[in-house]
Design a protein around this ligand. Structure first.
Ligand SMILES: Cc1cc2nc3c(=O)[nH]c(=O)nc-3n(C[C@H](O)[C@H](O)[C@H](O)COP(=O)(O)OP(=O)(O)OC[C@H]3O[C@@H](n4cnc5c(N)ncnc54)[C@H](O)[C@@H]3O)c2cc1C
Length: 367
């Protein structure tokens, strides 16, 4: 069959989660260019759930996703996707104002406790005297979550087509005609969940671009034999120059928090960013680095105001944006998918997303 109610372009966490919610209500095809649906940003994340990450616009989505990730329905997953981690936000002496700002931003929303970081992290260098603990932060099993969404999508009758791209699309009457190298696919609604390619897919469909910009982020896996414990918190700079977290015994994942504008592509790490990451790490802890075991980069794609974009395009009917998930697309996926489904079908939003103001995420805000 070459006609569907809905075609979703992109099989990463955004397309997979929204597809799983929609597949019991409509005939849905996910079109994914790569041979593996998690090849781009979804497969390259650092895999944490942190309510303060991404700021106040993002926090309601992260918070609402928490219970769905922690205690999923049994038919979705027999296991939780979260494991406790905590984040320790740190700053140097004199950076107390950054701690105050974070506490003010999330007062009454997220538990944040001032602490002495030197008491919590063996080997922390003495200048790091400012600390703020975010106890609820967890690691996410990203591969299991993505797989669970794809499994649910298929179980509900959805079709996933790997290795096939939207080349272009045009609106004809009340349908979209999507051109692929294997012919035309028709649908009523075209969903843009193309991550770093969101603006590219819009252009190819005759829709005005929003200005969703891919920013490259580098991650390094270090072998650190002196790592005091694999249970240490994620350690995040209050001034956004690095974060790192244990990844099992004697290993850490580290990023210099880089945000290098990029064209949409198969992102690769730059040596300069790797060197910067290591230099910053060595300024924070005295743990010996035995080896750089792995390095990778991925694209985090942001709308101009850094909030996600969920909703129908105003100018052309049947084109639905589900893009701009930046650095928070995994931790917000369950709530975003429920909101996306409600916006797309017109059904009322259900708990736990019923109270979230979706206007903040509408593509109309850019007109
Ligand atoms: C280094 C790094 C660390 C991160 N850490 C975290 C974290 O700890 N927690 C968190 O919540 N988030 C994190 N993120 C962000 C998160 O990974 C992204 O927000 C999320 O993966 C975006 O998902 P997506 O489905 O929109 O994009 P993607 O996973 O990139 O999927 C988009 C898909 O669209 C496909 N596509 C594009 N154009 C076409 C076309 N024309 N036809 C067919 N298919 C097409 C692509 O092939 C791609 O597979 C991190 C990101 C990076 C890079």
């Amino acid at each position: 069959m070459n006609r569907f109610d809905i075609v979703i372009v992109g099989g990463g966490i955004a397309g997979a989660s929204l597809g799983a919610e929609l597949a019991s209500k409509a005939s849905v095809l996910i079109l994914e260019r790569e041979d593996s649906a998690g090849y781009h940003s979804t497969g390259r994340s650092v895999a944490f759930w942190e309510e303060t990450y991404g700021g106040r616009m993002v926090q309601p989505l992260t918070t609402a996703s928490g219970p769905l990730l922690r205690s999923p329905d049994a038919d979705f997953s027999a296991h939780t996707f979260l494991s406790p981690r905590q984040t320790l936000h740190i700053g140097r002496a004199g950076e107390e104002a950054a701690r105050e700002r974070l506490m003010e931003e999330f007062a009454g929303r997220v538990e944040l406790d001032p602490v002495d970081p030197l008491q919590l992290v063996p080997g922390l260098r003495p200048q790091w005297t400012v600390g703020l603990l975010e106890p609820a932060v967890c690691d996410i099993d990203v591969a299991a979550l993505h797989e669970a969404y794809l499994r649910q999508f298929r179980a509900r009758g959805g079709q996933l087509r790997l290795g096939l791209s939207l080349e272009s699309a045009s609106r004809s009457g009340s349908s979209w005609r999507i051109h692929t190298r294997e012919g035309v696919i028709e649908c009523g609604v075209l969903v843009n969940a193309a991550g770093a390619w969101a603006d590219d897919v819009a252009s190819r469909s005759g829709i005005a671009r929003i200005g969703i910009t891919p920013l490259r982020r580098t991650v390094v896996q270090l072998r650190v034999p002196d790592l005091p414990s694999a249970d240490l918190p994620l350690i995040m700079d209050l001034s956004s120059r690095f974060y790192f977290k244990p990844e099992g015994e004697g290993r850490v994942w580290l990023t210099p928090h880089d945000e290098e504008p990029s064209l949409p592509c198969d992102a690769a790490p730059e040596e300069l960013a790797v060197a910067e990451a290591i230099a910053r790490f060595q300024d924070v802890v005295d743990w010996r680095i035995e080896a750089v075991e792995r390095k990778w980069a991925g694209l985090r794609s942001f709308a101009p105001d850094r909030a996600p974009v969920f909703g129908f395009d105003e100018a052309v009917p049947g084109f639905f944006w589900f893009a701009g998930q930046g650095g928070f697309g995994i931790q917000t996926a369950p709530a975003a998918a429920l909101l996306g489904m409600s916006l797309l079908t017109g059904d009322a939003a259900v708990a736990p997303v019923a109270g979230i103001d979706v206007r903040a995420y509408s593509p109309k805000r850019f007109n």
